[in-house]
Design a protein around this ligand. Sequence first.
Ligand code: HEC
Ligand code: HEC
Ligand code: HEC
Length: 378
Amino acid sequence: MTFLRVIVFSTVLLGFYALFAHTLPQVEPDLSEPVEVSTDGLDMEGMIALGESLFTGKGTCTLCHNGMGRAPDMLEMDLAATFPSRLADPKYTGVSAGKSGPEAIEAYIRESMQHPSAYVVAGFGKKGTNDTESPMPVVDKAPIELSNVEMNAVIAFLQDRAGLEPTVPLPSADEAPVAETPSAEGMVEAPVTDALAAIDKYNCAACHNLKGSGADLGPELGGIANRMSRAEVMEAILDPNATIAEGFSAGLMPQDFSEEMHTSELLLIVDYLLALPEAAPKEEVDEEEPLATSGLEVIDKFGCAGCHDLDDSGADVGPRLQGIAKRMSREELQTAITDPNASIAEGFEPDLMPDDFGDTIADSEMTLLLDYLMNLPE
Ligand code: HEC
Ligand code: HEC
Ligand code: HEC
């Protein structure tokens, strides 16, 4: 029933113009203005459907929340189990800490969108912040800018996926309608006519530090003219996997700009990027975290206890480390930390434990860490 309703709703309201542009090419609607979707009279199933279209569309959530491992894959994972376990996590101190039930989960999702760093899922924090800072952009600010009604719709969608009755309010008749830029399949959107609008349209600033977004999922593009030719910049946009920027993973930058982008937009973006001044060097002082001076500090700095039970915290993403000296030599322990996928502890998944500790843990810190773990009692 919900599914049918989703199809009907999205076809009728969101895909209306697409359908027309598709089947009746003589009726050419003006697509340069966003289409206003009235939220007047929307019921909860409509909210859920709207939330789904925002999640994959305007909200750009699936740019990161996908199977690439950059963010929890919310469309695949078991949300019914995940959300309650987040609220129960002793590391979570946000608005719903210690609470349970659908309202608490509503508040948790809203907080995730407005204050992403209130809780950072272990292993997903910004590099070097020990999972204290989330790379996720605030979604009710530019460039994503979801309205309250739109955030409620996304929450309704996620609550529904978690098997809950959505608890968000329905939009009232006088609430501002939702502006939805049509982007249904099969339709070509009218090109935008300035570079910043094009960068917004394709959400480059969600991953690159553009327009002051501070994002660092993709390389800094300031001063790019000094290291890439015009042709190379174009190729990097149209065929991102042809060459991969050092230190970044393949497959993350969207592959379909070549199909979606108008040539005029590409030229605007490329001109804009090539004119960007060299980015101000980051403050080195902030970058260098001080070296930890005890085993416990190392564990704290690198977030081991978020996944491992070290002090009866109950964390169970990775094996308990109490009494590890009975199971492993010091050398084996070091390898398990620096090259976690070399052998996988029985009953646990590979690829969960960060694999860059060999680079990020200083030698002096490694010694302290091994001393500490080898002496951890059963
Ligand atoms: C630029 C990448 C990026 C975008 C875009 C993004 N997120 Fe996230 N999100 C993350 C990362 C990384 C995490 C995990 C770290 C954390 O907990 O903050 C996360 C965590 C979350 C969580 C907590 C998940 C959990 O397992 O507890 C929710 C809820 C969430 N995001 C919702 C959204 C929604 C809704 C959107 C779109 C409106 C969105 N995100 C867009 C990167 C992103
Ligand atoms: C979901 C994240 C994401 C989005 C959205 C994104 N990029 Fe990227 N981009 C990356 C990543 C990661 C890399 C590095 C890997 C690679 O080279 O493919 C990259 C690489 C690049 C490079 C090459 C930089 C270099 O130093 O080699 C350019 C240029 C670029 N992106 C421009 C853009 C533009 C323009 C847009 C918007 C039209 C955009 N990107 C949207 C993630 C993203
Ligand atoms: C994001 C979760 C996560 C973090 C953070 C993490 N680990 Fe792990 N760890 C795992 C998982 C999952 C396994 C089991 C799979 C494997 O063997 O790679 C594991 C395995 C291990 C093992 C092997 C244990 C055995 O019984 O074979 C050791 C030792 C270990 N981790 C130590 C550490 C230390 C020390 C830190 C911090 C510097 C750390 N881990 C951080 C998830 C994590």
